[in-house]
Structures are given as C-alpha cells and as structure tokens.
Design a protein around this ligand. Sequence first.
Ligand SMILES: Cc1ncc(COP(=O)(O)O)c(C=O)c1O
Length: 294
Amino acid sequence: MTRQAWLNGVFIAADEARISPFDRGFLFADGVYEVTAVYGGQLIDLERHLDRLERSLRELKFGTMPDRKELEEVHRKLVEQNGIEEGYIYLQVTRGAYAGRDFVAPDKPRLTTFLFGEKRALIDTPAARNGSKIVALPDIRWARRDIKSVGLLAQALAKTEAKARGADDAWLVAPDGHVTEGASSNAWIVTKDGQIITRAISNMILAGVTRHALFDSLGQRGVKIIERSFTLEEAKEAAEAFTTAATGLVTPVVSIDGVALSDGKPGPVTRRVQKLYYTAIGADVAKAAPWLGG
Ligand SMILES: Cc1ncc(COP(=O)(O)O)c(C=O)c1O
C-alpha cells in the first residue's frame, strides 16, 4: 500500500508530495517537528506533542500557528488511511518557501506543513527485548535543544558514528562531562541503591513527552524520580540505564562505551518501567511483550 501523507491541506500519496527547494526548512533548517507514537490504533499523548510543537514555534517567533484542530484531525485520518495499529505519525512545520534565499524571516510566514504515517513495531523490537549498546560522544548541538528543531545534523552524525563503532545508539556529553541526553531520546540511570535519575528540563535537553508520561505513571505509584544531571562516569557505574522516546518507548541500555551495566542484560527496574509504560499506553503486556515475564 502506498504511504499516505498530508501536505499543506491536501491528502496525498507520500511519494507524490513535493516542496520547493527554496523552502526555509531546506535552506536554513527553519522548521520544527513532532513524532507521535501510535499503539492499538490510538495516538499516544497527541495533545502534549501539539503543545510542544506550539511552544517550539513560539520560541522561534513563527508568528503563525497551524490550525490545531485540523492537525488533530489529520493525525487521526493518517492513522486510519495508513492502517496503523503500531507505528507513528511524523509532523513537520517549516517557515515556508519564498522567491529567494533571505536570512531574514518573513513577518507572516506561509507555513509548509507536512505529515506522514508509518507502521513500525514499537514494543517488540530487538532493542526493547535485549537492550541497546551505547557510545558516548561530545554534544556538539546548538544551545536551544529544548526546541524540537529539524536541524538534526549533530544527531544524525552521532548515530552514524555509533553504528560505525558497532553500537546501537549514542548518548551525548556536554563539555562539563555531564550527559545531556540520547541522540534521539532522554537518558536515565538507576543507581546501585535504586534511585531513578534523569536530567532536569532546561535549554540543554528536549522535554520528552515520554519522559513526562513516565513521571505521571511512576508518580501515581509513589515512585520518586530524581531530576539532576549525572556524569558519564556515574552512568558507567550505574546499576541500570534506559532511554525514553516516542518511538523507542522505554529502551534498556546494556552497555556504555563497552562497559556492561547489569551484567549486560536489561535490569529489573528498567523491566518494571517498561511494563508500566506499555500498560499505560494500553498494551496487553503478556501478549505484546511476553519476554517481560507477564
Ligand atoms: C534529542 C531528543 N531528546 C529526547 C527525545 C524524546 O522525546 P519524546 O519522548 O517526546 O519522543 C527525542 C525524541 O525524538 C529527541 O530527539
């Protein structure tokens, strides 16, 4: 089946969607995006993703917002048209295309808005089952990581380097030796005395929607999360580690720079967090993730 997309008000086969090479998204990475998970045919935390989209656009002084009701509707239609039980909807908004290449942004942009849907396993993946091997790399990104910018070159290079080194993913490390986040996820550790730690929200990291959802789920069970930054050394000495993201959900980390955590297997706290999150998004864990042991 051809993937269905939506471009500037029109549903269209994804392969037929066309935008101008003068689009500011192409010329200047002048745009933002969101990725919303779909599980059981339901969009997970769509409202929080749209809140963050609007925040990103406000921070970049777009001045014009896409119509939120329309975006909600398009998300739902694309889930349907693409027959997505498990997967995601991608949304990108740029400041649009103009006659030439001018650094100065227009006052009232004509937005380019593009969405597409894709089927993809979110729960039953090798990384969720067996964990991922991480390499730590310098965080060379710009200073506004709180904005979900389409300027993802540093992340793309980090993931490519991780793969070249035989790892699954990268964690990024600030010049002060503290881990900021994963290349496309938030980073968490569990200390040997069982404390669950993730970095506090600031301009240094993206405020993950999955991160936020875990605060809710764990909070409801009285489990405390400590928000503070941690060094790469502390992460390597941790009992466990994991990442959170809309498409990776909760992914165990089993090694960092070749140093095994939890005997190189996903740890018990991480397993409980996976179970909790899968349940929160409506999964029947015994069926969807039998490797979690019911
Ligand atoms: C740099 C970065 N941090 C964190 C996240 C996790 O955010 P979310 O849970 O909203 O997907 C992402 C997701 O793409 C990301 O790219």
